[in-house]
Design a protein around this ligand. Structure first.
Ligand SMILES: O=C(CO)[C@H](O)[C@H](O)COP(=O)(O)O
Length: 250
């Protein structure tokens, strides 16, 4: 691992540990686990605290896809499902980009539908990320585009719609060397990544995309996060809250 990669991994771990220490409720019954490389450290911290007797072994964990289901099982935690537990105390998840209002672009790992479902069911949604995700405006740092989950037969029509709507690019996500053809989501759909440049009105854009026939869900998470923790390269953590407060944790 290069020193840059090590710094980023350290930042993810720091953000995840701080978020768990600050937001895992003492009396938690049901907790959502997001997807991606940063939530791995959330699960690491939860397992550590469970073994230390600081987290009850009765807590049920709700995954947001195949990867987080494996994380829960391999961590020896109790696995639940969102259709059995539609009320979740808190959900922890990563993000691809977060703006000052804590609106997020999510879906870099193609899990956005179940991530949004779990976040919507959660009383609190806490984002964990490294410093690269801390942004002043969506679409300025995550240039791959807004991930959009689409029913496979509608992909060509939705790409056309997105370009007509002003997208600079609207690309069907492919599996590359690991999978010939399109990436297929945990819900058997495909992903279109649509780059709009700087997104000045994320609320309006999310609503417009969601209305397109064929769109299952949009990777714009608007007004959903309660708090966002960013691990920094210098070993500090920046915490941002939905009420506008920002704090630096050394
Ligand atoms: O939305 C996601 C998956 O669909 C991830 O949470 C997002 O891509 C961030 O991932 P990472 O923690 O690996 O940077």
């Amino acid at each position: 691992m290069s020193s840059v990669e090590a710094t980023i991994e350290g930042a993810k771990r720091l953000a995840a540990f701080t978020a768990i220490d600050s937001h895992f409720p003492k009396d938690a019954k049901v907790v959502g686990i997001g997807s991606g490389s940063t939530v791995i450290y959330c699960v690491e911290r939860i397992v550590e605290k469970k073994l230390a007797g600081e987290i009850s072994s009765d807590v049920i964990y709700i995954p947001t896809g195949f990867q987080s289901k494996e994380l829960i099982i391999n961590g020896g935690l109790n696995l639940g499902a969102v259709d059995g537990y539609p009320v979740i105390d808190v959900a922890f998840d990563g993000a691809d980009e977060v703006d000052p209002a804590l609106n997020c672009i999510k879906g870099g790992g193609a899990c956005l539908f179940q991530e949004k479902l779990v976040a919507e069911c959660a009383k609190k949604f806490v984002v964990v990320a490294d410093f690269r995700k801390n942004s002043t405006a969506l679409g300025t740092q995550w240039l791959q585009g807004v991930p959009i989950e689409v029913v496979p037969t509608a992909h060509a029509k939705v790409r056309q719609d997105l370009l007509a709507m002003g997208a600079i690019t609207a690309t069907l996500r492919l599996g590359g060397k690991a999978k010939a053809g399109a990436v297929i989501t945990d819900n058997c759909n495909v992903i279109i990544d649509a780059h709009f440049g700087k997104i000045s009105d994320p609320v309006a854009l999310a609503q417009k995309i969601k209305l397109l026939v064929g769109v299952v869900e949009v990777g714009l998470f608007i007004n959903m996060a309660t708090a966002s923790y960013f691990g920094n390269a210098d070993g500090s953590v920046t915490a941002k809250f939905s009420n506008g407060e920002v704090s630096q944790i050394q």
